[in-house]
Design a protein around this ligand. Structure first.
Ligand SMILES: [Zn+2]
Length: 480
């Protein structure tokens, strides 16, 4: 049986339209998923939407529509984004659905009895983060993420005994059994744990939750804290808590969670502690990407600097947006989004680079009626494999584009048009066959990154006879 590979994105709140930062997470994850399928792993790739947040209730109130209507409409936008970006997810979880509710409740019940207790609590709560802050965590009295003054909340809630898991988590992280990448994030998590973990609230009153969310088992007055329920999506999507969870048995633990730097603590501390408490295996690896920024600052709806991924895809095409996000956005550090840079990448690397190479070589093959069959692709090099498996998507694409350059040079140096004129047929055939095989290799290597382009190239290169390819990346000024 092939080796299983379960990977996930986070599930964004659906209170607003998707932004380019989540497109980055989808595209990175999709590249890993497609790469893993190429390696013949049995991949299960999950994304979805977090619908139980109080943010969604407030967004619905602001629009004057019922919350279920808002989450239906907005979750669809995320589904649309996965389609527009050609994401190969196997499932899309929506956390307002009954199977998820049942699974989250099953996880709650599976946690050790002594780990969940009631206590009255006063805390500083940021609705934007759906999280409590300690005064020392605030910046000038405001939430470090949202720069808003948190609400003071007074109520009796359930707590999770996180404090008992510090030592255990440290051991798992230090030994690499629970791997956090990149290393800087791992170190950040370790020092956070070292400062001492505090128990955290995992429920709120039904009144404050505005009667929206997953009910706490056997306590109708309480609704689960959105993070407790949201994190459980990674197992409820596999059928955890249902009668015959075949998928859960096959795919859990996750081989990889991909997430943004803002939610490291939830994934690297809360989530594994919840799993330990429920005596479930931990995910094997977390990969933490940076933020896509604009003008050096965080993208946020309130700042009015959001980049609409749909508009980018309409203008440049899905593969161009994928290419830009993977090659020019750093995999783990914050990177500025620039439409000018995206346009440059399109023109230089895609239209004039790969696109031009393919039409030039296929044009020469057609013109000279050369038989280059069978066209064969080489397997990815060890170096390329290391880069993709190490999440160095930018370096991996750079390496593939060196191959594109090498083929450009091959054509420029061999001058096939001269060989044709001079009647050097054997040499001409040999050069064009090399170029055709090189292009097939590039298509194979680039498939996890640019699936549509790879498919187009494969179609052109396996046609009998080969005819000149239509432009893979039409010049922008010619696009309508
Ligand atoms: Zn906040």
């Amino acid at each position: 049986m092939p080796k299983k590979f379960y990977l996930t994105t986070t599930i964004p709140y659906v209170n607003a339209a998707p932004h380019i930062g989540f497109a980055l997470e989808l595209v990175q994850s999709d590249t890993v998923a497609r790469w893993s399928r190429q390696r013949e792993r049995d991949v299960f790739f999950l994304t979805g939407a977090d619908e139980n947040s109080l943010k969604n209730v407030r967004a619905a109130e602001a629009e004057g529509i019922p919350t279920p209507q808002l989450v239906d409409r907005n979750a669809q936008r995320y589904v649309d984004l996965t389609r527009a970006l050609n994401i190969s997810n196997d499932d899309f979880i929506r956390t307002s659905t009954p199977p998820h509710h049942a699974g989250a409740q099953a996880l709650w019940r599976a946690c050790r009895k002594e780990d969940i207790y009631r206590k009255s609590y006063q805390g500083l709560y940021c609705v934007g983060c759906e999280a409590f802050y300690l005064p020392k965590d605030l910046v000038d009295g405001t939430c470090p993420e949202h720069r808003t003054v948190p609400e003071t909340v007074n109520e009796e809630n359930y707590f999770f005994r996180l404090s008992r898991y510090g030592k255990k988590l440290t051991g798992l992280i230090e030994s690499g059994k629970f791997l956090i990448l990149p290393e800087s994030r791992r170190n950040e998590v370790l020092s956070f744990i070292k400062m001492g973990l505090e128990d955290f609230s995992i429920s709120r009153t039904r009144v404050r939750a505005k009667d929206w969310g997953v009910s706490v088992p056997a306590d109708p007055d309480q609704v689960m804290y959105v993070w407790f329920d949201a994190l459980s999506n990674y197992i409820t999507a596999l059928g955890y808590g249902q009668e015959q969870p075949a998928r859960f048995k096959r795919y859990w633990p996750a081989d990889l969670h991909i997430l943004g730097k803002g939610v490291v603590r939830f994934h690297a501390v809360y989530w594994p502690a919840m799993l330990l408490s429920a005596r479930l295996p931990l995910p094997k690896r977390l990969f933490v990407h940076g933020y896509v920024t604009v003008g050096g600052g965080k993208i946020s709806k309130s700042l009015g600097n959001t980049v609409d991924p749909f508009a980018c895809i309409r203008q440049f095409g899905a593969d161009a947006v994928r290419y830009y996000l993977l090659r020019y956005v750093h995999p783990t550090q914050d990177s500025d989004f620039s439409e000018a840079q995206l346009a440059d990448a399109y023109q230089a690397d895609l239209a004039n680079g790969l696109g031009n190479l393919v039409s030039r070589v296929t044009g020469l093959i057609e013109q000279n009626q050369v038989n280059v069959a069978p066209v064969t692709a080489k397997k990815p090099t060890h170096e390329l494999g290391q880069l993709v498996e190490g999440f160095e998507f930018n370096a991996a694409l750079k390496l593939i584009w060196e191959e594109v350059k090498r083929l450009d040079t091959l054509i420029a140096t061999a001058e096939p048009w001269k060989l044709a004129k001079e009647g050097k047929t054997a040499k001409l055939t040999s050069v064009l066959k090399q170029a055709a095989n090189g292009i097939a290799t590039v298509a194979h290597w680039v498939e996890p990154f640019l699936p549509e382009t790879a498919e187009k190239i494969n179609r052109v290169m396996t046609a009998q006879p080969i005819v000149k390819s239509a432009p893979l990346f039409p010049r922008l000024d010619q696009k309508t």
